[in-house]
Design a protein around this ligand. Sequence first.
Ligand SMILES: [Zn+2]
Length: 423
Amino acid sequence: MLRALIVCLLGCLATTLAVAQQQTTQLIKINGSIYMAETSSNVYVVTTPEGNVVIDTAPAKVAPEVRKVLAEKVHGPVKYIILTHGHADHIGGIDLWKEPGTQIIAQRNYVEFLNYVKRLEGFFAPRNAAAFRRSAEQTGAWPGNFAAKIDPTILFDEKYEFTLGGVKFELFSTPGETPDHLTVWIPAYKVAFMGDNYAGVGMPEPMSFPNMYAIRGTKPRWALDWIKSIDTVLALKPEILLNGHGDAMTGNAEITRRLTRYRDAMQYVHDEVVKGMDDGKDVFTLMQEIKLLKQYNLSEVFGKVSWSVRGIYDGYAGWFDANPSSMYPLPPSSVYPDLVKLAGGPEPIVRLALEKVADGKQVEALHLTDVVLTSDPKNAAALKVRIQALESLEKDCENVVEDGWLTYGITKAKKDLSTNEAK
Ligand SMILES: [Zn+2]
């Protein structure tokens, strides 16, 4: 269940998630007015005497089923659709819910966020495919900088309020997992809808550290914004917390306990990075040094601390590492073929890589195979050691994203090996 939930969480940019297709929609009544369709990404309908408010719309693939399940219970016009953020698994069913006169609300950063995703779709497609273990979708030519389809009819900056059928809705800008995240607050029901800013709902303890930098390729997710957004939700004192994925959470004490721990862990990691930067430490040193304190009781099954450290560091500092060699377009790998020559051929380097694997130093072994494979991409001996190193890393891997990329690496190395041996 936990793994399924996390794979769903990972689907935030994936429009065609295999797991989404397998899932069937569960309909859950949260209270007398709120229904939740629980699937790979949750959809909520808040009913009022004057019509309904739909919060998020599911990925396109499951949206028709979700719509059907909800339609059996919920009647009346759809007056508003609120999008907690612009990830594809939350906006895929907009057209199924939209009626003449339906207002669609998003935070203003939604527009640039969607354009950014569209602008770079050719870049993201193979990375999403690798991360989500599926084949890459064909993308067309570069669509231009501002080619996304923008559905919202109402955009707001900090706060937006409306009342429908006597029920007041307050929407707050709460950037976090994406810059356009919003939180919906219904004071009458003491319920907060947080989108994907909290990924611990329904997770057994230990919950996971948040995914502050998604290595498939995203802008860094700004820690201080995210922390402030969690504070915004905590200040509302919700009794019910409803999220983009997973079950509902009830009881303010439990909600506060979990959100506070999540927030504090982020704050700790952020502050340790900044202290280290001010101390003149480089990013790799901090990736090795910064560990979560036990008191947070968080795993790294979803978000990985070392990647967040690098996301924060690079988010603040950009790409330059203060080494003059890095100012030029030639990477270190440009001299790898020379190193192979110096070693008298690939054999001693492959041998050393094997020793590293035996010694439990798999990452060093990978770097050594990089040296050989840069000059000879199909070198069978190097590929075999590489597969060993990757498989050994995968055996001990608890993070689902890391596991996806290790699988990708193993598959690619095996393919290179088999085309090599077929010759
Ligand atoms: Zn999501």
